[in-house]
Design a protein around this ligand. Sequence first.
Ligand code: AQP
Length: 343
Amino acid sequence: MSEPALKRQKRVLSGVQPSGSLTIGNYVGALKQWAREQYNFESFFCVVDLHAVTVPYNPAELREKTREVAALYLACGIDPAVSTVFVQSHVPAHSELAWLLNCITPLGWLYRMTQFKDKAARQQADSVGTGLLDYPVLMAADILLYQADAVPVGDDQRQHLELTRDIAQRFNHLFGETFTIPEAMIPPAGARIKGLDNPLVKMSKSLTESEYHAVYLLDPPDRIKKKIMRAVTDSGREICFSDDPEKAGVNNLLEIYEAFTDQPRDAIEAHFAQARGYGDLKKEVAEVVIAALQPIQQRYRELTSEKGFIDELLAQGAERASAVAEATLRRARENMGFLMPPG
Ligand code: AQP
């Protein structure tokens, strides 16, 4: 049976891939918003492990990172008593709905995705997996299964969200009202943090060539300071927000400061007007990042010291998520004309 859409609380669904160590980009673009919004919505947050296998990976590391990412969700403020936290592959409905949606998604829509083009370009052309191209369809399934109204993500996921909306509209048009059409929820600050080593590219957990590219949530304070003090800037002195690619490094540091302090831009520029140079800016950015990550790291250590705690929580989360996901999947299958099994 379909859910009574008008009666239920608005929902959010989001996830992060366990494809590396979480960065401050993942934190301000996604997790920080989730922690804030969980009280305004019925919330589902999953560790999207099926997405992490769309590029070459190490199985033992995948298992370890899946637990690590789940523990970091909680350490960053996701309350499992309020939100449902689970692992994507523990709810098989994600894979099944992805198959159904594959069959109504034109290939041309997928070839246009910039993340596919970027990630495919990092591999030998003949070893790019079909899953990498199909990734946004699985992401659409993740979102549509929970009838999510909003999806809190960083700016890089905007195009995938648009595709999810297109797929949902196409399905509803072909088979009748089945899915809620979701909106992207992009944070006002920190929506696209750039690499410290190259402020022209997005900071990514899977870009590991340079040890100075990203600050990771579990980096010790001295490493964080070292990375930020070495961030690429320019040869000028002016500390202000700017779209000029020449000033991208300073702009990125200011955006990190903005995202971590929640201060308005004019107050930040006024604050740094007296700075003696970029060294002062970097020092203060390092201080606010270290101060914000310290309690997260402390909580992470507490959560992971209790053996089995995270696994138990994920089992409960999968049960709660499955109940919602199965109901939507059943409705999608019925509407598509599949003969339903008895019961
Ligand atoms: N640099 C960033 N600034 C702001 N938000 C960001 N996000 C990622 N990087 C930044 C947001 O974090 C969530 C993570 O999503 P994901 O793990 O599914 O994949 P992604 O978007 O591709 O993130 P990464 O870190 O770049 O992962 P890899 O390297 O594995 O591809 C999303 O909400 C994203 O917007």
